[in-house]
Design a binder for this molecule. Structure first.
Ligand code: AMP
Ligand code: GLY
Length: 423
């Protein structure tokens, strides 16, 4: 059978690679893909992004199943449109994807269903938002309501910074429609973890735990990014905490979506802040797998990804079981010069190692020109390795990273430090 994966990041490279390992799968198309998916055995890129063209392609090629990587096509309703065309696709509908696509929707949803999260207020008028911030004081968090490709959240340490964010979003409309409404919320302190499950509308299956590093620079300094590295498992998510997150966040969310008439089928990602007393609170929901969390998570997946997705589509996740490699996995993102504000493109990438059983380089911002992989902005590669303990995975990933070269390559040297500090 032939499958189709939508997207072009490291997450999609990892999803397509895993799907291609199923014996029933003859080929996995990736639309639009990157240099890594162009070079990987069993995968083929197709240069299409528009939904109607994807539907035509899926029909023409007899695609048995389409898996959607990023949030933008989900929020645009790709699942609804494929289904209306009689095509099988895995991911939440447009209505369900609002959990990520509108922060205001997500906050109201959490309030309605008793899911722990930061206190908030939402605004469309700059003067009211400014007044609220001045009353609340700092630190405080200003978020664009809509999808803003990782640029929509400002964790302000001063009132001035928060006011500047409000002016940018509501005043100057620098984020367009995404910033036409802002959610302003209480600053939560603690340790962040990524909790990702598969949901079939009724049941859920938790994937291995993970943590990413959102800031650009070592020691969690510098601007927020899409994620500079990740590892799995996350020791911060103890078995007790795992149970609490399932009971207090994930199950009420999946049940709540069903009660509200928009059942959730797909990957569901809760960004969770764990405070000093060990209480989990929800920072956000994403309607997809995390990037780069997916790369270490799928390196560890021993079960068949296609079987799990099919169980989710048949509503039988309660009978599915995911087996994980006992080793840890860690991924280091190699980003382009100027990332995240003004990333550079078009530089040749050298020294890419051949994949082994315990180390693979997933591509993100790359494209193939002839036989050469060129950088294409943003996060370029994610070097991902398995090892036991985590320290061994980390050494292996960094060793491979050190052999790779492109102009202005930047990466964090301390991925996994929180987990290692725990010993
Ligand atoms: P979000 O897209 O809502 O997850 O926000 C991006 C990042 O901003 C999160 O991963 C956190 O690191 C940070 N963040 C978001 N909301 C809060 C909050 N209420 N308190 C502290 N940090 C936050
Ligand atoms: N790594 C964070 C995200 O995928 O949203």
């Amino acid at each position: 059978m032939k499958l189709l994966v939508i997207g072009s990041g490291g997450r999609e490279h990892a999803i397509a690679w895993r799907l291609a390992s199923n014996r029933r799968v003859q080929k996995v198309f990736v639309a639009p893909g990157n240099a890594g998916t162009a070079l990987e055995a069993g995968l083929e890129n197709v240069a299409i992004t528009a939904i109607p063209a994807l539907i035509d392609f899926a029909r023409r090629e007899n695609i048995v199943l389409t898996v959607v990587g990023p949030e933008a096509p989900l929020a645009a309703g790709i699942v609804d449109e494929f289904k209306a065309a009689g095509l099988r696709i895995f991911g939440p509908t447009r209505a369900a994807a609002q959990l990520e696509a509108s922060k205001d929707f997500a906050k109201q949803f959490m309030l309605r269903h008793g899911i722990p999260t930061a206190r908030y207020a939402s605004f469309t008028r700059a003067d009211e938002a400014r007044e609220y911030v001045e009353r609340q004081g700092a630190p405080i968090v200003v978020k664009a309501d809509g999808l803003a490709a990782g640029k929509g959240v400002v964790v302000a340490t001063t009132v001035g910074e928060a006011l500047a964010a409000i002016d940018l979003m509501l005043g100057d409309r620098k984020l367009g429609e995404a910033g036409a409404r802002v959610v302003i919320e209480e600053y939560l302190d603690g340790e962040e973890a990524s909790f990702i499950v598969m949901a079939d509308g009724t049941h859920t299956l938790a994937l291995a735990t993970s943590q990413d590093h959102k800031r650009l620079l070592d020691g969690d300094q510098g601007p927020n990014t899409g994620g500079m590295g990740a590892y799995s498992p996350a020791p911060a998510v103890t078995p007790v905490l795992h149970g609490r997150i399932m009971r207090e966040i994930i199950l009420p969310a999946v049940n709540g979506m069903t009660k509200d008439g928009t059942p959730y089928v797909g990957f569901l990602y809760a960004g969770v802040m764990i405070d000093k007393a060990g209480h989990p609170r929800t920072l956000e929901f994403n309607c997809r797998l995390g990037d780069p969390e997916t790369q270490p998570i799928l390196m560890r997946l021993k079960s068949d990804l296609l079987d799990l997705i099919e169980a989710a589509m048949h509503g039988t996740l309660d009978r599915a079981n995911a087996e994980w490699d006992r080793r840890s996995a860690l991924g280091v993102v190699l980003a382009a010069a100027g990332y995240p504000n003004d990333p550079k493109s078009g530089d040749a990438i050298e020294g890419l190692p051949a994949p082994t059983d315990d180390c693979r380089v997933f591509h993100a911002g790359t494209r193939l020109v002839g036989k050469t992989a060129l950088t294409q902005g943003g996060r370029v590669l994610c070097v991902t390795a398995l090892g036991d303990p985590l320290r061994a995975a980390r050494s292996r990933a960094y060793e491979a990273a050190q052999g790779i070269r492109f102009a202005g390559m930047q990466y964090r040297k301390d991925i996994g430090y929180r987990a290692m500090r725990r010993g």
